[in-house]
Design a protein around this ligand. Structure first.
Ligand SMILES: NC(=O)c1ccc[n+]([C@@H]2O[C@H](COP(=O)([O-])OP(=O)(O)OC[C@H]3O[C@@H](n4cnc5c(N)ncnc54)[C@H](O)[C@@H]3O)[C@@H](O)[C@H]2O)c1
Length: 310
C-alpha cells in the first residue's frame, strides 16, 4: 500500500515508518522539521520505497500537489506541536501545527478520495481528571492545555470528515511515549541537563507527577495491529497499566548515567508547568479486550529509553 506519514521525521513517526517499510508499504513522508530532524530519517535515504517531502502541512496547495502526484491510500497523521510547554506562551503554535495540519490533511484526503486515516491523539484531551480512570466513553472532555484543545478540535473535525466521506479512521489517544530518537519530554530534558551540568538536577514541580510511559516499540506494534479498521471512527486509549513518577525517572537517569548522589532541586508545585496534567490513569479494557497489551511496564520503558539516549 502507498501511505503518507505526516510528521514522519519526528520521534514516533520515524519509528512508524520503519515498521511500515518492513511491512512492504511504500512510504511518502511529509515534514517541515519544525521539531523532527533529518537524523531521524537519515537511515532511509537510499530506500526505494521511501520518499520525503520537506513541506509545511498547512500549505494546502503544496500538500494537494503531493496527493495529486502520489496516489496515497492511507494517511498516518503524526504531525503536531509536541512541545506543550512552548505553546503555553504562544497558543497559535497549536492552532497551526496541531489543528490546521489536521484540517489541511483531511481536505486533501476528501479531494483525492483517500479513505483511511490514523490519528495520533493524546491523554491531554481529557484534561485534569485526577482520581478518575479515563475510559474512551462517558468522560467529560475538558482539556486544560492549548495542545489538548487543538487535539480535541482535531478529533472533532476528523469525526465530521469521517462521517461525511465514509472514511475508516483509527484514533489512538497516546499517554507519554518514550524510546530512541526522543525529541522532547522529561527524559530528554534530564539527560540534556545532566550532560551539561552533572552537579545537580532541576526538576519541575514536586517530582510526584505520576504518569504511564509507553515505549514507542509497543505503540508502533499496536498501530500496526489495529490499522485496518471498519468504516467510521474507532477510538482507543493506547497505553500501559503502570506508571512512573518524575522522581523515579530522575533516579533511573542518574543510575544509568553512573551519577551518584546528585542533589534533586524541585521547583515545587503539583504540576510541572501550567497546563501540565500531574497524574492520570487510563482504563485500558477496550484495547486489552481487543487482544493487545504493552510488553513493557512504565518503569521498564523508562529504563530502556534512558539506555538508548545517553
Ligand atoms: N510523544 C508523546 O509522548 C506523545 C503523547 C501523546 C500524543 N503524541 C502525538 O503523537 C504525534 C507524534 O509525536 P512525537 O513525539 O513523535 O512528536 P515530534 O515532534 O517528534 O513529531 C511531530 C512531527 O510533526 C512535524 N510537524 C509539526 N508541524 C508541522 C507542520 N506544520 N508541517 C509539517 N510537519 C510538521 C514536526 O517537525 C515533527 O517531526 C504528535 O501528533 C503528538 O502530538 C505524542
Amino acid at each position: 500500500m502507498k501511505v503518507l506519514v505526516a510528521g514522519g521525521a519526528g520521534f514516533i513517526g520515524s519509528h512508524l515508518i520503519d515498521a511500515l517499510l518492513k511491512d512492504n508499504n511504500q512510504v511518502v513522508c511529509v515534514d517541515n522539521f519544525f521539531i523532527g530532524t533529518k537524523a531521524n530519517i537519515e537511515h532511509l535515504k537510499d530506500n526505494d520505497n521511501f520518499k520525503f517531502y520537506e513541506l509545511d502541512l498547512t500549505d494546502i496547495e503544496k500538500l494537494d500537489e503531493v496527493f495529486e502526484k502520489e496516489n496515497i491510500e492511507y494517511v498516518f497523521h503524526l504531525a503536531a506541536n509536541s512541545d506543550i510547554q512552548a505553546s503555553a506562551n504562544d497558543p497559535m503554535i497549536e492552532y497551526k501545527n496541531t489543528y490546521s495540519t489536521t484540517a489541511c490533511i483531511l481536505e486533501c484526503m476528501r479531494k483525492h478520495n483517500v479513505k483511511k486515516l490514523f490519528f495520533s491523539s493524546t491523554s491531554a484531551v481529557y484534561g485534569d481528571k485526577t482520581g478518575i480512570k479515563l475510559s474512551e466513553e462517558g468522560i467529560d472532555l475538558k482539556p486544560i492545555s492549548y495542545y489538548g484543545a487543538a487535539k480535541l478540535g482535531s478529533e472533532a473535525i476528523i469525526n465530521a470528515y469521517t462521517y461525511m466521506n465514509d472514511m475508516s479512521t483509527l484514533i489512538f489517544r497516546f499517554p507519554n511515549v518514550i524510546g530512541p530518537r526522543l525529541t522532547h519530554g522529561v527524559i530528554f530534558d534530564f539527560v540534556k541537563r545532566l550532560k551539561e551540568d552533572p552537579s545537580h538536577l532541576r526538576i519541575l514541580g514536586d517530582g510526584k507527577q505520576e504518569k504511564p510511559y509507553l515505549h514507542v516499540y509497543d505503540l508502533v506494534d499496536a498501530i500496526m495491529k489495529f490499522k485496518d479498521v471498519e468504516k467510521g471512527v474507532t477510538l482507543y486509549n493506547a497505553g500501559v497499566d503502570s506508571k512512573s513518577t518524575v522522581t523515579r525517572i530522575a533516579e533511573i537517569v542518574c543510575e544509568k548515567m553512573n551519577l551518584k548522589d546528585i542533589p534533586f532541586e524541585y521547583t515545587g508545585g503539583i504540576g510541572g508547568w501550567k497546563g501540565d496534567v500531574p497524574t492520570f490513569e487510563y482504563d485500558l479494557s477496550k484495547i486489552h479486550n481487543a487482544g493487545w497489551h504493552a510488553s513493557m511496564s512504565s518503569d521498564e520503558a523508562v529504563e530502556k529509553t534512558v539506555e538508548s539516549v545517553i
